[in-house]
Design a protein around this ligand. Structure first.
Ligand code: P53
Length: 475
């Protein structure tokens, strides 16, 4: 069978601890940022913009507290993923399960034991774990005491946490991602870095200082990882999606260059090992003066990542004209409406060819292997009376994206694998809803937390199983 996908291509799926595990206080787990957030209808976005609301909030319902209870159901869920033929499973370790407050020196053994079992089960089922060290779940105590990543001390706490998990899981986990969507800190500093910038004189100063701490932490643990196990592969993770110019006006084209740099900035540092040349002017223009400690630049330079991973849901569109440049709804990343594209029910514009463009851009820029670690369509699924879920819209979305990923590989891009987001339905990061579903596996639970938590297979389950079995040859 002719297929652009290499033998051993890592087909799989992705989740994150904070969005699926639930069990938010079980076995000694501390609270994380998302445990303070309600859903979008009850003030999620407001709390993300003004963290005081999250700390003081007394909401009726917190979607992350129980979520889909993956903590209890993981064996059943992994068995379904193995049935689809998954070669890899991406999840994250919950930082506050291992260090409930974040700044202890000794870890919580019960938290570590949970991931021993989880990763052992993955390995037993033939799935390579792909583990995000920090996915939007800064421990609450670190936010309260230190204002999150704004404080340099977070570097040491994160390095200590990473050392514990690297040593503990070194024979089971080979692929690691240091920070989920590291550029998120720019768009939502509280979500990405547990940083409250709401009272800051120069919020950008605070944000880029926090980013510097994450970048240094990422390089330090890359060093550590390679010392602990030279076979480890460490990746960065970008919320990707090429920004297009709204018109061919040179001003719009330049604006698009700047918007793309805004996001690539982080990966430029993690992948090339140094602050990009354009950052000097950007910092000057924005009155940003970074506090860079002795040795920081050396550690960045000496320990770049091994591969570049990213999420891709959509391309973006920008104009140089502020009057034109209004945000569309439903996007963390400001974008205009692209008249050539349709959008999901949440306003995310669907652009499969944009994945090929993005993959080529990223590969040209870094020349490192890529890993598409998130992609997918958030949609409302309505079971039929007999309980079937005919999610053809999801199959269409995924099929078109897999096809373009194949084209990018034919273009010469090296890509290790593909893990569509939310392979089992889970709580949405942006909206806190259950009804924004991505899964191949349906979970009976609604926005208010009502449901049996029963799992069932959607039509896309069978479609994806076939894609994997044929290594993408039929797409
Ligand atoms: P949801 C936007 C907003 C929040 C998180 O998003 C995002 C994005 C898109 O880049 O990033 C990732 O659940 C993230 C996942 C998240 C997924 O996109 O808002 O890594 O945690 O669930 C999808 O539909």
């Amino acid at each position: 069978m002719i297929t652009p996908f290499q033998k051993g291509f890592l087909w799989g799926g992705a989740v994150a601890a904070n969005q699926c595990e639930g069990a938010y206080q079980k076995d000694g787990k501390g609270l994380s940022l998302v445990d303070l957030l309600p859903d979008a209808a009850h003030g999620r976005w407001e709390a993300l913009a003004d963290p005081k609301l999250a700390f003081e909030g007394n909401y009726d319902f917190y979607p992350s507290h129980d979520s889909i209870d993956f903590y209890t159901h993981y064996k059943e869920d992994l068995a379904l993923m193995a049935e689809m033929g998954f070669k890899t499973f991406r999840t994250s370790i919950s930082w506050p399960r291992i260090f409930p407050n974040g700044d202890e020196s000794e870890p919580n053994e019960a938290g570590l034991a949970f991931y021993d079992d989880l990763f052992a089960e993955c390995v037993r089922l033939g799935m390579e774990p792909l583990v995000t060290i920090n996915h939007f779940d800064t421990p609450v105590e670190l936010m309260k005491k230190y204002n999150g990543w704004a404080d340099r001390r977070l570097v040491d706490f994160y390095v200590n946490y990473s050392e514990v998990i690297f040593k503990r899981y070194k024979d089971k986990v080979k692929y690691w991602l240091t920070f989920n969507e590291i550029n998120m800190i720019l768009h939502l500093p509280f979500f990405g870095g547990g940083v409250d910038v709401s009272g800051a004189d120069n919020p950008k100063q605070l944000t880029y200082q926090a980013a510097h701490h994450q970048l240094v932490a990422s390089a330090k643990v890359t060093k550590l990882a390679h010392e602990i196990n030279p076979d480890f592969k460490i990746g960065c993770m970008l919320a990707a999606g090429q920004t297009y110019p709204n018109t061919c006006a040179p001003e719009d084209v330049w604006q698009a260059v700047e918007k793309n740099r805004e996001n690539y900035f982080f990966i430029d540092v993690q992948s090339r090992g140094e602050y990009p040349s354009y950052s000097k002017r950007f910092f000057e223009d924005n009155n940003i003066v970074l506090d860079i400690k002795a040795g920081d630049l050396e550690v960045l330079k000496a320990h770049p990542v091994d591969f570049v991973s990213f999420s891709y849901y959509s391309s973006r569109l920008t104009s140089a004209d502020p009057a034109v440049n209004k945000e569309t709804e439903g996007n963390v990343f400001a974008t205009l409406k692209n008249p050539y594209l349709k959008a999901s029910e949440w306003g995310w514009q669907i652009d499969p060819l944009g994945l090929r463009t993005t993959m080529n851009e990223v590969y040209d820029r870094y020349q490192k292997p890529l890993f598409v670690v998130e992609n997918g369509l958030g949609a409302v699924d309505t079971p039929t009376e007999t309980g079937e879920i005919n999610d053809d819209y999801r199959i269409d979305y995924l099929e078109a994206h897999v096809r373009e990923m194949g084209e990018a590989i034919k273009d010469g891009v090296e890509c290790w694998g593909y893990t569509p987001w939310g392979c089992i339905d889970l709580v949405s990061a942006g909206s806190g809803e259950m009804k924004k579903r991505y899964g191949f596996i349906y979970v009976d639970r609604d926005n208010d937390g009502v449901g049996t938590l029963a799992r069932s297979k959607k039509a896309s389950f069978h479609w994806y199983k076939d894609v994997i079995a044929t290594n993408g040859a039929k797409v």
